[in-house]
Design a protein around this ligand. Sequence first.
Ligand code: NI
Length: 172
Amino acid sequence: MALLKIARMGHPVLAQRAEEVADPTAPEVRSLVEDMIETMHDAHGVGLAAPQVHVPLRIVVFMPPDAPEEDPVLALVNPRHEILTDERVEGWEGCLSVPGLQGLVPRAPRVSYVGTTPDGTEVSRTVDGYHAVVVQHEFDHLDGILYPQRMTDMRHLVFSSERHWRVDEDET
Ligand code: NI
């Protein structure tokens, strides 16, 4: 296991479309996923995509809010999602590749997603709310999109240390 260096906004690896993984169950995938999970926990994140650790492959790890305590992280290879509503709800997001900042981002409150775990299990879920937001944020990384690009009003991109001025608004 190893801590990986996290790419920050401006590095080209964060702006490109990541490649499909030929074999989700390959040992190198499992090893990368273990390092991504360690890196995510070390950085106090709730999700991490492979491009954020300079690996342009379609792999994400994240913490589903309803995950069992003994197995809190879901790793997905070649994931896809579908937005199930025209509705958009604004919530605050941060990103390990955009350190120190938070932004108010409109997201669909309901999505379905599929993907393969490193042990070959096919996952298929329909989720709401915060879970749906995390999925959209992490999967966006695989298409070279960072959350500020999803924002509609840049006045709501702020330093985390100034967020207390906005205590009236919900945290996601
Ligand atoms: Ni992110």
